[in-house]
Design a protein around this ligand. Structure first.
Ligand code: ADP
Ligand code: ADP
Length: 237
């Protein structure tokens, strides 16, 4: 469903961040992309939802050539792909539920966006997403009153409510303490297993990658240096 063929990404300043990327990811996989800072992990992830444009090769998502997409096509692609960041990207001064409800905004008519009116069905879906990540009891709490781990769960719930086929997570546990990081990885694992969502996660903790993902891809200097099942890979890389 995600297919890279000889993909290259050169930034406008001439820096070659990705080269000769050949990769095929099937529906329902839980993939961890590991590598040192600057290896190209984030660039790789961001090409998939066209936050970055590739400069060579081809990239298909569900048989659609991502490079050719424009306006409406890009919006459609992104509705199908949830994105999660290290920094959560939440509105901290409003409630958890309001943050999750925002995931319905792109499909709402303008007058409803302005008034912030949501249907019962949207509210039900938002609450269900909060339940899936175990923070239903925080629905009416302001985001700035939550811990980092709880905030990342809100971000995850917001993405789930969008009901994407694919979740891209760029260093989602990098700013969390080890215990909380494990809990968030558990959430990803459960979502992958229960909802069959395809998950690609950038992570620089090799041990967490091996413990939770089913497939681990190593990136170094913009190239894939290994790709295998988590249980085949040992510590020496
Ligand atoms: P990682 O996620 O593995 O830390 P990145 O994909 O963020 O790596 O970055 C890979 C390389 O590309 C780094 O050397 C980084 O400095 C460079 N890079 C990232 N974004 C840009 C950009 N917009 N312009 C030029 N170089 C960039
Ligand atoms: P993150 O840690 O969230 O990956 P970074 O701090 O690496 O973000 O980069 C922030 C922004 O700066 C990104 O949009 C990235 O593409 C860009 N960037 C990173 N490295 C470079 C670089 N060497 N030259 C130009 N832009 C860069």
């Amino acid at each position: 469903m995600i297919e890279f063929k000889e993909v290259e990404k050169r930034y406008p300043n001439g820096y070659l961040a990705l080269q000769q990327i050949n990769l095929q990811i099937e529906q329902g996989e839980f993939v961890a992309i590991i590598g040192l800072s600057g290896a190209g992990k984030s660039t790789l992830l961001r090409c998939i939802n066209k936050m970055h444009d590739i400069t060579g090769g081809t990239l298909h998502v569900n048989d659609v050539n991502v490079h050719r997409l424009k306006g409406k096509g890009i919006r459609h692609l992104r509705r199908n792909i949830g994105m999660i960041f290290q920094s959560f990207n939440l509105v901290t001064r409003v409630s958890v539920l309001q943050n999750v409800l925002v995931s319905f905004v792109p499909t709402m008519p303008a007058w409803r966006k302005i008034l912030g009116i949501f249907t019962k069905e949207e509210k039900r879906k938002a609450l269900m997403a909060l339940d899936q990540v175990g923070i239903l009891d925080k629905a009416y709490v302001r985001v700035d009153q939550l811990s980092g781990g709880q905030q990342q769960r809100v971000a995850l719930a917001r993405t789930l409510a969008q009901n994407p086929q694919i979740i891209l997570a760029d260093e989602p546990v990098a700013s969390l303490d080890p215990v909380t990081a494990k809990q968030v990885m558990e959430d990803f694992k459960r979502i992958n297993q229960e909802l069959s969502m395809t998950i690609l996660i950038n992570i620089h903790h090799v041990d967490l990658a091996l413990a939770y993902a089913t497939r681990v891809i190593g990136v170094r200097g913009g190239e894939i240096v290994f790709d295998g099942q988590a249980d085949e890979i040992n510590e020496e890389t």
